[in-house]
Design a protein around this ligand. Sequence first.
Ligand code: HEM
Length: 401
Amino acid sequence: MSRCSVHEAVSFPQTRTCPLRPPHGYAELTAQGPLHRVEFVDGRTGWVVTRHEEARALLSDPRLSSDRADPGFPKISPRALVVRGQPPSFIGMDPPEHGRHRRMAISEFTVRRINALRPRIEEIAEQAAGRLRAAGPPADVVAHYALPIPSLVICEVLGVPYSDHEFFEDTSRRIARAGSDEETAASVRELAQYLDSLVEAATKRPGPGLIGKMVREELARGEITRESLVSTAMLLLAAGHETTANMIGLGIATLLEHPDQLAEFRADPDVVPGAVEEMLRYASVADTTGLRVATEDIEIAGRLIRAGEGVAIPNGPANFDPAVFPDPDTFDIHRGSRRHNAFGYGVHQCLGQNLARLELRVALPLLFERFPTLRFATPAAGFEPRRPDVNQGLDTLTVTW
Ligand code: HEM
């Protein structure tokens, strides 16, 4: 018997075996306990949290910081956490500075504001369905439907020209999947320069959307620096298109894998909101967000997290915790629980969740209505999982009808 197995660091993040759901390996950890020792890619040891109760307690604990410049911040990826010359966006800030910056953007993401976007999102989805039809069958539903919808919507919310979408989609992808500090820095600078040119234009001529509004208000009043405004715009642009596109793609694939539930989803609009919550739980696309560093010692579940240690609070294991989601491996659109952590929890809970939910509630039913015979063009078993440290999703999904 191994003498060190009890204290051995567990492997995190783990690669998905099926891109549609978090790795099965997490279930074993959740069964063993809520906190586990882990070794991050820089060799530092820290913790990974695998149960829902402790995940929520820690995500709302002010003794955990989101400061990526702290040497103890968990490094789970070969890409850089900070880029010299580019200030952090508010996802990397702690209160009270975090709240001050988040409030500058919040007006565009309230339930009322987002609900007012519904007719426009329906129009955008309808046009995307037309382009998908023109491209096939068969056609890639990610390139022609899942990606263009959130990408065009976030462009309109921010005031970014959609004609530049290939550039910012590609740069955001390169930032997320960078393999070294240098690669991250080069792509971050490219995107920052582009967004700075939009800020520059808005200072000369009032521009539309949130960027124009922040230029006229917070920048003009000296409440934010131009570099910080660019960081906020970068966060919103990247977070605003990629995760939702991933979710639309995985949502389509998951429904196609469950034909009985797809039939109900199609037939009954009242099922749609609950089904979307279940898709968010099941896919847990932003599984490796929720990274923090302890600023003080924290005792929890009989373990001691020491000040300076990194803590990973992924949402996948919490979303599959059987104490909260009985029979978690079963995809069930009637589960009737919104207690998942797919949008995070605590002060950093997703700012765009109302928008993401609305896009999913519009895009998925519309697609299956316009394409009643939609099906996989290639066997589902052929899906390639992504690197474990990035947001999960399908890069392509070929469908036919
Ligand atoms: C299905 C789609 C989405 C998922 C699964 C998702 C997931 C998440 C998660 C898990 C967090 C918390 C990160 C943490 O605690 O470290 C987060 C934060 C954030 N998300 Fe989303 N997100 C989605 C869509 C969006 C959209 C459409 C926007 C629009 C701009 C957006 C903007 C943000 C921002 C700004 C934050 C940082 C909030 C803060 O630090 O206060 N997200 N998201």
